[in-house]
Design a protein around this ligand. Structure first.
Ligand code: HEM
Length: 149
């Protein structure tokens, strides 16, 4: 069975790309989504300072990282190789309510620019899952977090 493995992986990847393509999702749309979302969030009263304190003048590299992240999630292109949990663990002042705000702004951005009605659903399913996983690691995992909520 082992020799079939690469073929299955390739087929799964192709299915993911086909699903994304049907929803108008390609590298250009991901680039627009990331630029539009972070344009909004960096001026947000509560979340803006957290991003600006951590990122400073390095918005270009952060946006490139986020484009690779979403291309890996949506298009399975394998271009993101970072570690989101430690990147968020070190942020001061993060709380669970901020994740709800983040998700709300991500959904608003998608609703404004999505090429099909189902495109926001595709991204929000994934964003919610990842946000939940980040929160479990940051706020609720006694082996990796000393924080209390
Ligand atoms: C309250 C909500 C959030 C805040 C305030 C936040 C803030 C940040 C900041 C400031 C960074 C840059 C860290 C650094 O470069 O030093 C970062 C990185 C990142 N964030 Fe978030 N984030 C939030 C939620 C999310 C969610 C929901 C996702 C995914 C769906 C996400 C995905 C990422 C990824 C992939 C990185 C790059 C990590 C790396 O490889 O360096 N973030 N975030």
């Amino acid at each position: 069975m082992r020799e079939n493995q690469p073929i299955r992986v390739t087929a799964a990847r192709q299915n993911a790309r086909d699903e994304a393509a049907d929803l108008g999702i390609d590298h250009d749309f991901i680039s627009l989504l990331v630029d539009s979302f972070y344009d909004r969030i960096r001026t947000h009263e509560e979340l803006g300072p957290i991003f600006n304190d951590a990122i400073g003048d390095n918005w270009g590299p952060h946006l490139d990282t986020m484009k690779r992240f979403w291309a890996s999630v949506a298009l399975h292109d394998g271009s993101y190789t970072g570690r989101p949990v430690p990147a968020h663990m070190k942020l001061e002042g993060l709380n669970p309510g901020m994740f709800a705000t983040w998700l709300g702004m991500f959904e608003e951005t998608l609703n404004d620019i999505a090429p099909t009605p189902d495109t926001p659903i595709f991204f929000m399913e994934r964003a919610r899952r990842i946000a939940n996983s980040l929160q479990l690691n940051i706020f609720y995992n006694p082996t990796t977090s000393a924080r209390q909520t």
